[in-house]
Design a protein around this ligand. Structure first.
Ligand code: 4FV
Length: 249
């Protein structure tokens, strides 16, 4: 998969992409990421990328010309992208399902906003979609771009060592994760659920599904509104809901 990121802080984005699992995936050629300095797409001596908002008001707005020129240069050098994503708080919420959808695309461009945002003509005539990572305002679109690239990269073949861990991701099964424990088996008098030390893999898997569903019912019942995909999960969910009913009585 090819990803092109347009930003006024290429060093910030580059640094984050050079570490850990994502850094190894890029070094190993499993993901092809190019970071572009928006100022390189300017034509004036001061490499200006922003200007005051028409109609007045505080702050600055990213100008259309550098962003259009930057994407046109990417098209010429790296081919036509399947999507030009603008990260903004006004966008559609970025979710696991969105990450799965993007991970199936051959090439995407991500535009990182800054200041008060981008000129509306960028949103209307350059970006093909807008994604938000949450209902809060950041100083820039770089962190959202990195969140998106990280979540998508994990879904690409060979990026996460054990595909198993991706397959059983939270949200991949429509639920939150199950409690995890590691050594020591006793910490400050705090133990570990015996089933996890039992070696009974079916029992352990069943316990994990039940605890994942229990946590989902407690914290994110909205995730269960369309029920659960897995038949065993449905039985477990029924059992847990009945227990909760009894508990509530
Ligand atoms: C944001 C978000 C976000 C808004 C103004 C960048 C900032 C500045 N992007 N999800 N939340 N962007 O706050 O994606 O341009």
């Amino acid at each position: 998969m090819k990803v092109d990121i347009v930003t006024i802080f290429p060093e910030m984005v580059g640094a984050a992409l050079a570490t850990g699992i994502i850094g190894r995936a890029i070094a190993g050629g499993r993901l092809d990421v190019a970071v572009h300095d928006l100022r390189d797409a300017t034509t004036d001596r001061h490499r200006v990328v922003d200007d005051v908002p028409f109609g007045g008001g505080p702050g600055m707005v990213l100008k259309p010309e550098p962003l259009f020129a930057s994407v046109e240069a990417i098209r010429a050098a790296r081919g036509e992208p399947a999507a030009v994503i603008l990260t903004s708080p006004d966008g559609r919420r970025f979710t696991h399902a969105e990450a799965e959808r993007l991970s199936r695309l051959p090439h995407v461009v991500v535009l990182c906003g800054r200041y008060e945002g981008v000129d509306e003509r960028v949103r209307q005539h350059l970006a093909t979609e807008e994604l938000s990572i949450g209902d809060y305002v950041l100083t820039g679109g770089e962190l959202p771009a990195l969140v998106i690239v990280d979540a998508v990269a994990r879904l690409l073949p060979g990026v996460v060592g054990d595909e198993q861990s991706v397959a059983r991701d939270s949200f991949a099964r429509g639920s939150l994760d199950f409690p995890q424990y590691t050594r020591p088996a006793e910490f400050r008098g705090l133990g570990v659920p015996p089933v996890l030390l039992s070696g009974h893999h079916r029992e352990i898997e069943r316990w994990r599904r039940r605890e994942a569903l229990r946590r989902t019912i407690e914290r994110r019942p909205d995730l269960l509104k369309d029920g659960v995909r897995d038949r065993d999960d449905a039985a477990l969910l029924q059992e847990l809901l009945e227990q909760r009913e009894k508990g509530a009585e």
